[in-house]
Design a protein around this ligand. Structure first.
Ligand code: NAD
Length: 522
């Protein structure tokens, strides 16, 4: 078949259709503000329904081509508080095209220009962090202290990336070569619902620092948070097309981003099952991938530890983010010789674990994000009981006086590492206590898992804890409850992922080395 030039009449119709499409779908930012009602701080009775009707392409808020409406739920009650209109494959392609157009100029931008933009993005996010905190509480149900940290963390990602870029040589002499670190290209960034704003900002910050442009597919269940982030990022006045955000389903927008030949790299945070599907789909175009996946993290409490101090640290690690955390320390390993003492310390530490209204500062555990997540946690609690584990706290059903998607903070004792509750990621506040005879067995149980994201060691001796930490197969090992460090690499061994986020390692993940041989003068 011969390829023919389109007839002038067809060309005219195609052009007018295109213009019509543009006029129908592209709207002013001011129009966008007037149609949107975001009122996350109002009490439920007086709340207006939120309608999130726009995505962000080429520096503008646009109505998506996709028409599907997706309900947004308040997890404390289960009520619908709004709807998001989802994008489709056309929207994903438009976003990819915009990022591709913006790439040549941004990839050649100077370090100083990138750092300047990152600082502006930080300021813009910082100015909206209270609104983001409120959206996190409303849509995700994170307790206020956690939600406040999450909003601040999203904002500070941009400064962390600026700092990593500042100290990084984008041109390095290696052997006889001059090695230039070039941005990998247009990147696809896909985020989960349990830390949506944080991962949008973190991934975008390092991608921009490297000189990449981006298409972001946030979790469809986090549209209210995404919207606040988007308004802030827009306010920073970045060149059009540098970042584009398309709300949509994973198997529609996510799949298009994963397969599209104009995307050079995927940075994905989410479940191990979807991570594997992404690797398969990305193989045809040999995309680079960074995957931050699930975990079943061990907390080893060594036999010299003071349990009165150790157990609150262990429970905090296990119940972090209401248990909906990839890094949650859900397998607590205790010395068999001190079992009774450990149970008493658990009961004592549980006094500070409070499930309740996320807006109450005393609350440490909020609801699960969705009915599906509530059902999943209930299923695992039943599995634990059926397997013969002993309930120390919690169990099936809602906590007293709470409805919505709240579950009871649950701890099982007498768990063996072959039980499903000890092997599979539950993603809720359900912890397992396992006993060990000696240090070697503790390390062996800790490593007996397909995952390797994070681990925790608690001991009276930092040196002893560090020696044990070195023998654990995990991307991060936290000693005695040390705080998160945004400069340290973060990512998983084994089926917890590929590659690293954060700091210099996170920056390098968006760079491709190019060796110029013969370029260096003698
Ligand atoms: P998920 O894998 O179901 O979804 C994550 C994202 O992928 C969503 O935006 C979803 O729409 C998208 N997606 C789904 N199918 C897709 C496909 N075929 N192609 C492309 N994209 C697709 O995960 P979730 O339920 O949103 O989040 C919980 C999971 O995330 C847990 O397993 C948790 O451990 C993991 N997680 C890992 C980290 C980490 O840093 N390692 C951090 C947070 C969460």
């Amino acid at each position: 078949m011969r390829w023919q030039l389109p007839a002038p009449r067809c060309l005219f119709f195609a052009l007018s259709k295109f213009l019509h499409h543009l006029m129908a779908h592209y709207i002013d930012y001011h129009d966008h503000l007037s149609v949107l009602h975001v009122a996350p701080t109002q009490p439920p009775g007086q709340r207006q329904m939120q309608q999130i009707a726009h995505i962000y392409i080429d520096g503008r808020f646009v109505a998506p081509h996709g028409t599907e409406l997706f309900d947004l739920h308040d997890p404390t009650t289960g009520d619908v508080f709004g709807q998001v209109r989802l994008g489709d494959v056309h929207d994903a392609r438009a976003a990819i095209a915009a990022a591709k157009r913006a790439f040549p100029a941004w990839s050649r931008s100077s370090k100083a220009d990138r750092i300047d933009l990152l600082r502006r993005l930080h300021q813009a996010m910082d100015a909206r962090k209270d609104a983001l905190r409120d959206a996190i509480i409303l849509e995700y149900g994170a307790p206020i202290a956690r939600a406040t940290w999450m909003a601040g963390h999203a904002a500070s990602s941009f400064l962390d990336a600026a700092h990593a870029l500042q100290g990084f040589d984008l041109t390095q002499p290696i052997g006889t070569a001059e090695v230039i670190m070039e941005p990998v290209g247009v990147v696809g960034l896909i985020t989960p619902w349990n830390s949506n704003a944080g991962f949008i900002c973190n991934k975008l910050a390092y991608a921009l620092a490297a000189g990449c442009t981006a298409v972001i597919k946030p979790s469809e269940m986090s549209a209210a948070q995404t919207h606040v982030v988007l308004e802030a990022l827009h306010a920073a006045g970045a060149p059009a097309g540098l970042f584009n955000i398309v709300n949509g389903r994973g198997d529609v927008v996510g799949a298009e981003i994963t397969e599209n030949p104009d995307i050079a790299k995927i940075s994905f945070t989410g479940s191990t099952a979807v991570g594997k599907a992404i690797v398969r789909a990305a193989a045809d175009t040999l995309k680079r991938v960074t995957l931050e996946l699930g975990g079943k993290s061990p907390t080893i409490i060594l036999d010299d530890a003071d349990f009165a101090k150790a157990m609150p640290i262990a429970l905090e690690a296990g119940f972090a983010n209401s248990g909906q955390a990839c890094v949650a320390g859900t397998r607590i390993l205790i010395p068999a010789s001190r079992f009774d003492e450990a149970i008493a310390a658990v009961r004592n530490a549980l006094k500070t674990i409070v499930a309740g209204n996320p807006r109450d500062p005393a609350t440490t555990i909020g609801p699960m994000v969705s009915q599906a997540q509530y059902d999943r946690v209930q299923r695992y609690i039943r599995l634990g009981i059926e397997a013969g584990a002993t309930l120390v706290a919690g169990g099936e059903g809602h906590p007293d006086g709470l409805g919505g998607y709240f579950v009871k903070p649950t701890i099982f004792a007498n768990v063996t590492n072959d039980m499903r509750i000890s092997r599979e990621e539950i993603f809720g506040p359900v912890l397992c206590l396992l006993t060990y005879e000696d240090e070697a067995e503790a390390i062996s149980i800790a490593n007996d898992t397909p995952y390797g994201l994070q681990a925790y060691v608690i001991s009276a001796s930092v040196d002893r804890a560090a020696a044990v930490a070195k023998r654990i197969e995990a991307g991060r090992v936290v000693i005695n409850g040390a705080p998160h460090d945004p400069a340290a690499p973060f990512g998983g061994f084994k089926q917890s992922g590929i590659g690293r986020d954060y700091g210099v390692f996170g920056l390098q993940a968006y760079l491709e080395p190019k060796a110029l041989l013969g370029a260096q003068s003698a």
